[in-house]
Write a protein that binds this ligand. Structure first.
Ligand code: ATP
Length: 202
């Protein structure tokens, strides 16, 4: 699985559709202060399922939508699409039926976010799991923001362990375990209710 293109449309300062081609090897982004370098990285994190508005440097998730300037009016939606070369067929099952994957996230004011994979509606959880299983994602240690190195140096062992688990591609298992535990709890509640009913009937 290899990222090949990021497209931004109405996302933060990228009001017009903008493509970033991600070629083989190292990609460098250079430009003057405030030109949108960090916004690009945030777009990548966002399309992979980021849910924390603060990680996007905003108060609410709708702050990622182009807010307007003196010469251009604000937009009503923001969209980011990530093209993935899946010719090695390493994407997890459910996503692994084509050589090219396109994951799209769109947020509309007062409506919220929606995701698509190759044009089909998918859940946020599925997208987050896709990237977690591929050892990347919104919280990936491969995405290093400003000030993060010193945070890492000062991190407690538990936090460091999370980074190693992320790199080993097992962080998706925690989400699955949590969901399994919730299901188990529900089932236990249902069994208690069945016991009550049986007792009343006896
Ligand atoms: P630096 O080199 O200083 O870190 P940078 O190149 O990383 O800067 P960014 O922080 O990515 O720049 O971009 C900041 C710019 O994005 C600012 O001009 C800010 O006004 C603009 N911006 C952020 N959110 C929005 C939004 N919702 N609508 C319009 N513009 C936005």
């Amino acid at each position: 699985m290899r990222f090949s293109k990021l497209r931004l449309n109405g996302f933060k300062s990228f009001v017009d559709p903008t493509d970033l081609i991600i070629a083989d090897g190292l990609t460098g982004v250079v430009g003057p202060n405030g030109c949108g370098k960090s916004n690009l990285l945030e777009a990548l994190r966002w399309v992979m399922g980021e849910t924390r508005a603060r990680a996007m440097r905003g108060g609410g998730m709708e702050d990622v939508i182009f807010a307007g300037t003196t010469s251009r009016s604000a937009r009503n939606f923001a969209e980011v699409s990530l093209q993935i070369d899946n010719s090695d067929r390493l994407a997890p099952s459910g996503f692994n039926d084509s050589d090219q994957l396109e994951i799209v996230r769109r947020i509309t004011r007062d409506v919220g976010s929606a995701y698509k994979s190759n044009g089909k509606d998918v859940r946020a959880r599925d997208v987050q799991m896709l990237f977690a299983d591929a050892s990347t994602g919104a919280h990936s240690p491969a995405l290093v923001r400003q000030g993060q190195i010193s945070e890492l140096i000062n991190a407690k062992p538990k936090a460091r362990r999370r980074i190693l688990e992320e790199a080993a591609g097992i962080s998706g298992l925690y989400q699955r375990r949590h969901e399994a535990e919730l299901k188990l709890k529900n089932t236990e509640q249902n069994l208690l209710r069945v016991d009550d009913v049986i007792e009343q009937l006896a």
